[in-house]
Design a protein around this ligand. Structure first.
Ligand code: 0PR
Length: 383
């Protein structure tokens, strides 16, 4: 650290050098991220609430009202108006909170959870932190969880089951309705990880897409993760967790002796109110029409990409259900395809089950980016 402070202009000259090394979403080169360029209205609201701390909400009753309203709106979007929850840092924290609620509520000696093999690695973190045994259920050929496998894993120690609405690698929606029935029958807590799909499935259904039920309209669903910083276009870090009943939040409430609230259920203490403000502003500004348009455009581009991938001589792992496409080749290894694409400046990511290249068609991707990508992909097969 320097003794003397550096003038403002010089600071920004210096820091810009680092910024220039970063990729940008708007370049259209980032194909493997679930984040996107934040919407300007969300950014403006975020900046307005930079000082507000939801860890001590009595100091910021206005922001607290915003958070409450956001939870109600998201609940309504997901089939139940009167839900309880918080705006937090992202899907990892949301999944961790849900598993903690389920574990604390059930209080068994050796708690276990059942997650699909496709579940995000945040459940491994949750299992580690919360000392839960992690049981992984197999998938069907369509990469959705296999119900018989789930049922075989149920034991007296099962405190929670997880279904994913928009899997990280393949963008698939698990059969949540069937999981809900299984959970009701066995009195098991069901958490739905809709970190990715939460902001698209409801709008796509309205637009006529054939997608299954996945939300609180199913009686067995106890909690849902929905991330505004993914398809919600909010600035990072903004996640959401919703609970059907208050008792789940209460099951992990800790007394806070000197704060303006008596009890706290979130993992973190000091917590951004700006994230809630940005989410609120975007829900109001874009409305259902705006989010539906974004979701439908991403799906149209997804189909265009999937079609182009096939025309370029590659094979899709599975037909896309949401805006994620995974593909591979009969003749070229996935690593080799990845190397070619990276050489051409594409930031792609790889799926692990099965090995494939996965592209997430986020709102920052436009038709010209996909056309350019497909042109480069065609060249790989010609080489
Ligand atoms: N649940 C699901 C279904 C997810 O896909 C993710 C993240 C999470 C939970 C965890 O969310 P947070 O990362 O907000 O805690 N899925 C992406 C992934 O891990 C996130 C991502 C984002 C990856 C940007 C790459 C990237 O550049 O693959």
């Amino acid at each position: 650290m320097e003794d003397k402070g550096i003038p403002r202009e010089q600071i920004f000259r210096m820091i810009r050098k680092y910024k220039e090394k970063d990729l940008t979403h708007l370049s259209g080169r980032i194909l493997g991220s679930m984040c996107t360029f934040p919407h300007p209205v969300g950014v403006e609201a975020y900046l307005m609430f930079l000082e507000s701390n939801m860890g001590d909400p009595g100091l910021f009753p206005g922001t607290k009202a915003i958070e409450d309203e956001v939870i109600t709106i998201l609940g309504e979007l997901l089939g139940k108006r009167d839900v309880f929850g918080h705006i937090i840092t992202g899907g990892t924290e949301a999944n961790l909170m849900a598993m903690r609620a389920a574990r604390n509520y059930r209080r068994v000696e050796n708690p276990e959870i059942i997650v699909p093999k496709s579940a995000h690695f945040s459940f491994r973190k949750a299992a580690d932190i919360l000392c839960l045994k992690l049981n992984k259920a197999d998938l069907n050929d369509d990469y959705r969880v296999k119900l018989t496998s789930v049922e075989n894993l149920i034991s007296d120690n099962t405190v929670a089951m997880v279904g994913v609405a928009g899997t990280t690698e393949m963008g698939k929606v698990d059969p949540i309705e069937e999981l809900s029935d299984i959970c009701l029958e066995n009195n098991i807590y069901l958490h739905v990880d809709a970190a990715f799909g939460g902001y698209t499935i409801p709008f796509l259904k309205e637009a006529g897409f054939d997608l299954p039920k996945f939300d609180f309209s199913l009686q067995g669903v106890s909690s849902i993760t929905i991330d505004p910083h993914k398809m919600g276009l909010a600035p990072i870090p903004t996640g959401g967790v919703l609970f059907r009943e208050k008792k789940y939040l209460e099951s992990m409430a800790i007394e806070t002796p000197y704060l303006t609230e008596d009890m706290q259920s979130t993992m973190v203490g000091t917590r951004s109110g700006a994230a809630a403000a940005a989410t609120w502003a975007l829900l109001k500004h874009l409305g259902k029409d705006g989010y539906r348009k974004i979701a439908v455009e991403c799906m149209e581009l997804t189909y265009f990409l999937a079609d182009g991938i096939k025309k370029a001589g590659f094979e899709l792992v599975t037909p896309p259900q949401l805006n994620i496409v995974a593909f591979r080749s009969k003749n070229i290894s996935v690593n080799e395809i990845a190397r070619h694409l990276e050489d051409k400046g594409w930031a792609i990511s790889m799926a692990s089950y099965p090995d494939s290249i996965r592209i997430i068609v986020m709102p920052h991707l436009k038709r010209e980016h996909i056309e350019e990508f497909l042109a480069d992909l065609e060249l790989i097969n010609e080489d």
